[in-house]
Design a protein around this ligand. Sequence first.
Ligand SMILES: [Zn+2]
Length: 427
Amino acid sequence: MDSDSREHLFERIEAARDDLVALTRDLVRVPTVNPPGDAYGPCAELIGERMRRRGFEISYIRAEGTPGDSDRYPRINVVARYETGRPGPCLHFNGHIDVVDVGEGWTVDPFAGEVRDGRLYGRGTADMKGGLAAAVVAVEQLLAAGVPLAGAIEISGTVDEESGGYGGVGYLAERGWFSPPRVDHVIIPEPLNVDRICIGHRGVWWAEVETHGRTAHGSMPFLGNCAVRHMGAVLERIENDLLPRLSARSTVMPVVPEGARSSTLNINAIHGGQGLDFSGLPSPMVPDRCRMVLDRRYLIEEDPAEVEAEIRALLDGLAETRPGFSYDLREVLAFAPTMTEPDAPVARAVAKGIETVLGRPATSVVSPGTYDQKHIVRAGKLKDCIAYGPGILDLAHQPDEYVVIDDMVASAKVMADAAITLLAPPA
Ligand SMILES: [Zn+2]
């Protein structure tokens, strides 16, 4: 493609700036909070009906029977497909439409989509409705400009990414929606900053540890066996033994932020004794159960089996030395680390786009957490997948989340440029 027609395309995208803002705002105004998974249907339709008017073929796919799916909260995904009429590969843009809960500390209405100082505010603007809208506008302008393309373009709005993706990309990937020959390249506009390409993510292992005890009257704790004290001993080992070992491990993965270039462990929750969800007074009891949820993130250099074995060894050590100690360990969720080659076709095409649009080289990064790439690689068996989008990584899930409008426009140009590279008709 000559530089004049590329300039013309970029001007078209620039001129669509207000449309891009309006689309993002419309998406933000549908409060698709997950959990529970609200308003997925209306949000999917907003994307589907818009793409239908642009000549796309639309499929709505409900992930029946997946976690959280019900008639009140149906897990509805949308996939839009456009055939250029020439044989060639398919480039797929995938965005999740669910957002996390609002939380405290907002100074703007989280579902209004307010614009201030070149920023669009609201829950999901960065993560990742702004990125999805940028992909939509990029594709619309690319097609409207009449750029010669081969193959097909797909755009999907999928659900439940924030809760593991089983009702969204996971469900679709199991059923061939993300595999060749249907799809060849995938770009996920997650918030990784406008000049960075995310080629993968660390591994994740969630587990629940339960310590056991025996109830007794609280005035005579020596007659019982306190499960909470046993959990205290587990915490002590984690604090003084495990955490220092984890933070000493490092990786070749270019994880951002740099603090995540070692292994990490978060204690997600701990519950023992009587609940706090009543207004009366507690009764005097020695607790017989205590549960802790662990969120362990690991590196490509670590063996997934070792990740579990290490926790088990810590617990077995306590069982040997601490009177009355017994435990259960249950895996809750596990995904191996994944990393696409930095010179994979989709990564190269987006890197070239970043250089063309922003005039500086792209950086390859790896995400500290997982996202839907895991399903595309594992269930879809498709490696040519990256994340690239306009949002600022650190703002995801925060109060007063926003996306910079200039970044959205720039990322739309980059995505359009990458599409031209990947879908160029044979000369
Ligand atoms: Zn996201």
